[in-house]
Ligand binder design. Structure first.
Ligand code: MV4
Length: 506
């Protein structure tokens, strides 16, 4: 791939190469800056909010992403036809595909993000590890590139067990194999390589010492084309399931001002090592002794960016656009102070009482919580169909408070206010978490949700009583207890037979 310098320059027309809540988030930032927006939509998204909110919208193809939102040639073609000058990729889809950033550069379109070269280097987890390590960033003890299986087996005792076999092209936990003792290593190497080859077409693997009982804490960074960098503090992202985050917060319970400054400096050094431009996130593992280690870099705006926005007051998507327009960062590090606490719950269409089985269907009714300290980023509306084509995120519920306690109280209230019918959601999971002793006292790590948290565990007599009540009420109404929003909630079971007016009254 040829080295391409940044194409940052002023633009007034932007194509949003995404859908759902993040497409709306980008469109809103564009409106604020006076940038005209162009949406693209697949067959199932004809009536989507991003289509209605954008200034113009173009049909891109059938629902499967590879035929629509992942089709680079179609996107570039539409951008040119619509006279767009820039493209924002959002997250997911093409956001971290170097060839997409490259295609934009070659089509003389400003890619709102880093250069194709930065994406490529950080996309190879082994290369990224090497790169940041030479910049003085602490990485987990592990192996160098270019080793065969015999080398890896020979060097393993030096690293120590348990260790992790990881795929260079992986990330997000794909192609990862834990190995607890030497005897298990040969098979793990073979199967990890086979899986990586099949999944990514790249069988390169490496090993790292396993950092047990660690937290996943990430630092948001911003860099402009003039080489200025700032960090916006940390996000605590340990609460996840199968490598999908479900709750994020900022700040983190375990990060004090001194640690924040050290992690922030290191994150900036990691970004600088690839001349990173625009918004990016450095992921760290933090162990019990508060040692921290670089894991990987996300070269995009992230789902959980709002928690950082709420505690720093920085509009991250607006900054992305300003940076891409060739402007200088408008904040110095000293301007950035964390104030208060923000928590995000990802509301997914899934059944927390049935192994988080995805729930598809039409959202017939939705009433979103509002009020002090409540922000909802959502792309859905009454009549929206949750399909298997796209991710199950219905909305992000983000609550802010002066203290963590206030943020939790507001989250509880907001979860209670939330009404949705037609699909099952993980709202009961979040309500249960907001009552969990370990969550409330900040005693959790990356294994907590999967290993120590159970939806069937009832802690307080009140919760037990509420569960029994919900079950009885639901039984009477022929509903699933899991989908009762709250015991004693008004009867919402017969919505189909209610007039539109009556539904609006609820
Ligand atoms: C690790 C680790 C422990 N030690 N690396 C999972 C996703 C990918 N980004 C890296 N991951 C991990 N790498 C070492 N050396 C534990 C994990 C891990 C994890 C990390 C962050 C959030 C959730 C996780 C769940 C399981 C494992």
């Amino acid at each position: 791939m040829t080295q391409v310098t940044s194409t940052a320059r002023k633009f007034d027309r932007l194509l949003v190469a995404n859908r759902g809540e993040i497409a709306l988030r980008v469109i809103r930032a564009c409106h604020k800056l006076g940038i005209s927006t162009i949406a693209v939509y697949s067959d199932v998204d004809r009536n989507a909010l991003h289509v209605r909110y954008a200034d113009e919208a173009y049909y891109i193809g059938p629902p499967p992403a590879r035929e629509s939102y992942l089709n680079i040639d179609k996107l570039i073609g539409i951008a040119k036809k619509a006279k767009a000058e820039a493209i924002h990729p959002g997250y997911g889809f093409l956001a971290e595909r170097a060839e997409f950033a490259q295609a934009c550069e070659e089509a003389d379109l400003v890619f709102v993000g880093p250069t194709a070269e930065s994406i490529r280097v950080m996309g190879d987890k082994l290369e990224a590890r090497q790169k940041v390590q030479s910049a003085g960033v602490p990485v987990v003890p592990g192996t160098e590139p270019g080793l065969n299986d015999d080398d890896l087996i020979a060097i393993a005792p030096e690293i120590g067990f348990p260790l992790l076999v990881k795929a260079a092209a992986g990330g997000g936990g794909k192609g990862m194999r834990p190995v607890s003792e030497p005897a298990g290593l040969p098979d793990a190497l073979v199967s990890a390589r086979r899986e990586a080859e099949a999944a990514f077409g790249n069988g390169t693997i490496y090993m790292e010492k396993m950092i047990a009982e660690s937290r996943h804490i990430e630092i948001q960074v911003l860099g402009d084309i003039f080489g200025n960098y700032i960090h916006l503090g940390e996000r605590e992202c340990s609460l996840q399931r199968r490598h999908q985050k479900v709750i994020e917060e900022s700040p983190s319970f375990v990060v004090d001002q001194e640690l924040r400054q050290r992690m922030g400096d290191v994150a900036i050094a990691a970004a600088q090592s690839v001349n990173y431009i625009n918004a990016g996130t450095i992921e760290f593992l933090v162990d019990r002794e508060k040692n921290f280690f670089f894991l990987e870099m996300n070269t995009r705006v992230q789902v959980e960016h709002p928690v950082t926005e709420l505690v720093t007051g920085v509009d991250i998507v607006q900054e992305q656009l300003r940076i891409a327009r060739g402007r200088k960062l408008r904040y110095k590090q000293d301007d950035i102070q964390l104030r208060g606490w923000a928590i995000e719950c990802r509301i997914n269409a899934e059944d927390p009482y049935n192994d988080y089985l995805p729930s598809t269907g039409t959202i017939t009714t939705i009433r979103l919580p509002t009020g002090p300290g409540v922000r909802v980023d959502s792309g859905v509306y009454p009549g929206y169909e949750v399909t298997p084509y796209y991710d199950p995120l219905i909305s992000k519920l983000i609550c802010y408070g002066e203290t963590r306690g206030e943020a939790v109280l507001r989250m509880r209230r907001a979860l209670e206010e939330y009404r949705i019918m037609g699909v099952k959601t993980n709202i009961p999971f979040h309500q249960h978490m907001m009552d969990s002793h370990r969550f409330l006292t900040g005693q959790f790590d990356t294994m907590f949700v999967e290993k120590r948290f159970s939806m069937s565990e009832r802690k307080t007599p009140y919760a037990l009583e509420a569960a029994i009540l919900a079950t009885l009420t639901a039984h009477r109404q022929g509903q699933e207890a899991s989908q009762m929003v709250a015991p004693g909630a008004r009867d919402t079971s017969n919505w189909k037979w209610l007039s539109r007016w009556e539904r609006l009254q609820r």
